[in-house]
Design a binder for this molecule. Structure first.
Ligand code: ATP
Ligand code: MG
Length: 320
């Protein structure tokens, strides 16, 4: 049986290098090989904040980032949660398949609660991994290119699929995660690079903005540059960034810099990142808001057809 690829992002800001090496590169490699759905998870924006904020603008930015990295809307269905009510309806039966104890054990949810701007933890925060099961299973996704933070959620999806099939008969596949070259890229503060934590190098940033961000990154006083993730995590992280962009081992880059110190290190990293992102940034400037909206309107329609078919099958299996 051929694979179906499903993955997505929250429209909470511009995409960054963590997305690129965690998932976007795999999406581009898989498009045209398998049917692919890319979800703009607009409802999930309100998991860790009170309101959706600048949602329309963020959706446009996300679409421009997709086009910039080379996702081809003729080969990929790009759509949003709020335009596909049938997908969202799958949440109801799926919630009945998991226990509260299973939901509260999720380590990614725990980490996100720690970084949340909300004063109280909402019900959506605990249950969004089940919503994500609906995202993946509405199109019977089998392959999910994601970063490491998503692995616990994918286990929830597999559990939901397995239990649904046990109770109601075989309907869903059990999907597999697909990790990228860097399943957990760190940001300039050493934590997970995230759109909403202010520690990211975005794909759309200018060369000068990129240089300024890297200049502010923490390093240490030792002039001899070495790749030592345990004892020199900040330096190692910068070398990792350069290595990913240059397609070379970070140890090799460290040896070349030798005793050049943090100034040389940061220059090497800045050049590597800016050179790597140059074609992506150029392509981003070639697209406008109108292109983005058209891509989404077409994708929403295709995704909705798929969701209606799956919801019909689910209702029939459950005897409704
Ligand atoms: P937010 O801070 O708003 O949650 P985010 O940067 O975590 O934003 P998401 O939209 O939550 O981005 O994640 C989209 C996809 O990108 C997921 O598959 C996730 O695993 C992957 N991803 C996000 N950050 C990283 C990272 N630092 N390294 C590798 N993959 C990442
Ligand atoms: Mg996230």
């Amino acid at each position: 049986m051929s694979d179906v690829v499903l993955t997505g992002d929250r429209p909470t800001g511009q995409l960054h290098l963590g997305h690129y090496f965690g998932t976007l590169a795999n999406r581009v490699a898989l498009q045209g090989v398998h049917p692919m759905y890319v979800l703009i998870a607009d409802y999930q924006v309100i998991t860790d904040r009170d309101t959706p904020g600048e949602i329309q603008r963020n959706i446009t930015e996300l679409l421009l980032d997709y086009l910039a990295v080379g996702l081809d809307p003729r080969q990929v269905t790009i759509f949003q949660h709020s335009a596909v009510p049938e997908l969202n309806q799958l949440l109801l039966p799926f919630l009945s398949l998991v226990s509260v104890a299973e939901l509260s054990r999720n380590p990614t949810v725990k980490d996100e609660i720690a970084h949340s701007s909300q004063s109280a933890v909402s019900g959506l925060m605990f249950t969004y991994p089940v919503h994500q099961a609906a995202d993946i299973l509405f199109c019977k996704g089998t392959l999910v290119p994601v970063g490491k933070d998503q692995l616990p959620h994918l286990e929830v999806t597999r559990l939901v699929a397995r239990r649904f099939n046990e109770r109601y008969g075989q309907v869903f596949p059990e999907p597999q995660a697909m990790m990228g070259a860097s399943p957990m890229l760190r940001g300039l503060d050493g934590g997970k690079m995230s759109k909403s934590r202010g520690n990211a190098i975005t794909l759309a940033a200018t060369e000068d903005e990129t240089a300024a961000l890297i200049r502010k990154a923490r390093t240490d006083a030792d002039r001899l540059i070495t790749f030592d993730e345990e004892h020199r995590p900040e330096v190692a992280n910068l070398l990792t960034l350069a290595g990913l962009c240059l397609g070379r081992p970070p140890q090799e880059i460290a040896e070349e810099i030798g005793d050049g110190g943090a100034v040389t290190l940061k220059r090497v990293v800045t050049d590597a990142v800016n050179d790597f992102l140059a074609p992506i940034r150029k392509r981003r400037r070639e697209h406008g808001e109108a292109d983005a909206r058209e891509v989404l309107a077409e994708g929403n329609e295709r995704a909705r057809e798929r969701a209606i078919a799956t919801l019909d099958e689910v209702r029939a299996a459950m005897g409704f």
